[in-house]
Design a protein. Structure first.
Length: 260
């Protein structure tokens, strides 16, 4: 894969369906980013409320490059992301749920860690951070890795909770490993990300930033996540982690001061 250029374009892919109340917070957080070389690609997945009007207003009144697309014959997050990638001009992409709020330095932090790794000859295909969940009727909850995290603990994080944050993916690497898969009926909304994870691990390096860079606004999210993870996903995750049982490289990245 090609080495990244300075200030690479990041495509923010945002599928939505009836999330008028939540998406405004995400849009506001995008406007506060220190990394300004971004494009927004919105995909309307058969939304019937006022979310489309909120998105259209954002595209009209702000200088960020934006596209507003609609799924017609298909539905699902995987289908939406696959469709959006055909319109993407970015070097990297992040699929963002309307429930996510990015901290102002989030995208910049994701991008800034890559050049140093690539100078060492490492192909960086994915960068992820830790995440703190905000639940309506509970305190902040932190999901992340501890110092000297073991392979088993990482596996538990992915399998028993969920991917800790939005992930910065290398678009070229995704295309080289088969493209973005579509959701599988009955296997939960996060299946496509895990398939991408499994495909990418053999071709490049994942970088973990032990820092909270985003928040997820959703009540009772833990119960929903546990419900979404089927035995099929457990098999998929075993496939991913079978490749790193004999190596601790995955957890040896330089530690960045945690801001929890």
């Amino acid at each position: 894969m090609k080495k990244i250029k300075n200030n690479p374009l990041v495509s923010l892919i945002i599928p939505y369906q009836n999330q008028q109340q939540m998406i405004t917070s995400l849009l506001q957080s995008i406007l506060t980013q220190n990394q300004t070389n971004v494009e927004c690609i919105f995909i309307n997945d058969h939304s019937t409320d006022g979310t489309s009007k909120v998105v259209e207003s954002f595209c009209k009144h702000h200088s960020i490059s934006s596209r507003h697309l609609s799924l017609v014959h298909t539905t699902g997050k995987g289908q939406a992301i696959k469709y959006a990638l055909d319109y993407s001009n970015g070097v990297y992409m992040m699929a963002l749920s309307p429930f996510v709020i990015l901290q102002p330095h989030a995208i910049e932090q994701f991008i800034s860690i890559i050049p140093e790794k690539e100078e060492k000859g490492q192909n960086v295909v994915a960068v992820y951070a830790d995440q703190r969940l905000f639940q309506t009727y509970s305190k902040y909850q932190y999901i992340g890795e501890k110092q000297n995290t073991t392979i088993k603990e990482i596996k538990d994080i992915f399998c028993e909770s969920f991917w800790p944050s939005p992930v910065l993916f290398n678009i070229e690497a995704i295309k080289e490993t088969g493209g973005w898969p579509v959701d599988f009926l009955g296997e939960g909304k996060y299946f496509s990300e895990l398939v991408v994870l499994a495909n990418l691990y053999s071709v490049g390096r994942f970088i973990h930033i032990p820092q909270v860079l985003s928040f997820y606004l959703q009540a009772n999210i833990e119960d929903r996540m546990r419900k979404d993870y089927s035995p099929v996903l457990q098999v998929l995750m075993r496939k991913v982690f079978s490749q790193i049982q004999t190596s601790q490289e995955f957890v040896k990245d330089e530690k960045i001061s945690s801001k929890i």
